[in-house]
Design a protein around this ligand. Structure first.
Ligand code: GRF
Length: 212
């Protein structure tokens, strides 16, 4: 194969926009960050569907405002069929307070990204969600916290880590620390999704390598 053909193929590949499903349970500020960054073309992908396991999740309003289909799904089989019908390439868990069954994590191995508001493996796993994470961080007295994006496997907050960013812990309340960490989340989640959509994330021996 000559170099010119290779180059043209690469351009063609990069032009194929990925179909993204964002799964939420709540407010959806991370969802909003992804929507904004697909609309301004930072991410070479499209949020095709927003799926919530809660009827009253504000993220569903955000989806509607952005002209994106939003649905409430609680049943795993229905979730699988909906993802498949929408030809989803990437699932983003953006504040989705439900552990995905192994059946789904196997079908979408290294194609599901989660955002967690701490530096994994600290303050993560079952029971560490929402304000509880930041309360535990403050209680422990750690000097730094942050956010982590990672691929999802069948265990909570456990798959290969994609990106992390830190921030100092001062004398904030849990709510203030949560707001501080959310800002970081809104940086590293769109960035991780961008890299995925450009086929730059490879998992080698259980570790993510971000390539060119
Ligand atoms: C974020 O802190 C995220 O890390 C965690 O749940 C929260 C969701 O916030 N998994 P939002 O709904 O995106 O505002």
């Amino acid at each position: 194969m000559n170099l010119e053909k290779l180059f043209l193929e690469k351009i063609e590949l990069n032009l194929v926009s990925k179909n993204i499903a964002v799964l939420i349970s709540g407010g959806g500020t991370n969802l909003q960050a992804i929507i904004d960054n697909t609309k301004n073309d930072y991410i070479n992908g499209k949020v095709k569907i927003v799926i919530s396991n809660k009827e009253n999740a504000y993220g569903l309003v955000r989806a509607k405002n952005a002209g994106i289909k939003g649905v409430v799904i609680k049943d795993d089989e229905k979730l699988i069929s909906t993802l498949s019908e929408n030809k989803i390439d990437l699932i983003v868990l953006a504040g989705y307070l439900k552990i995905l069954p192994e059946k789904i994590t196997k079908i979408y191995e290294n194609k599901i990204i989660n955002i967690h508001p701490s530096l994994i493996p600290a303050f993560c796993g079952r029971g560490y969600y929402g304000l509880k994470v930041h309360e535990a961080v403050i209680k422990k007295g750690v000097k730094y916290t942050g956010a982590t994006t990672h691929f999802v496997n069948e265990c909570a907050d456990d798959g290969p880590i994609i990106m992390q960013k830190i921030t100092e812990v001062g004398d904030e309340t849990p709510e203030e620390l949560q707001a501080k960490v959310l800002k970081i989340e809104h940086e590293i989640l769109p960035k991780s999704v961008k890299y995925f959509c450009e086929d730059k994330l490879k998992v080698v021996n259980g570790k993510v390598v971000i390539g060119g």
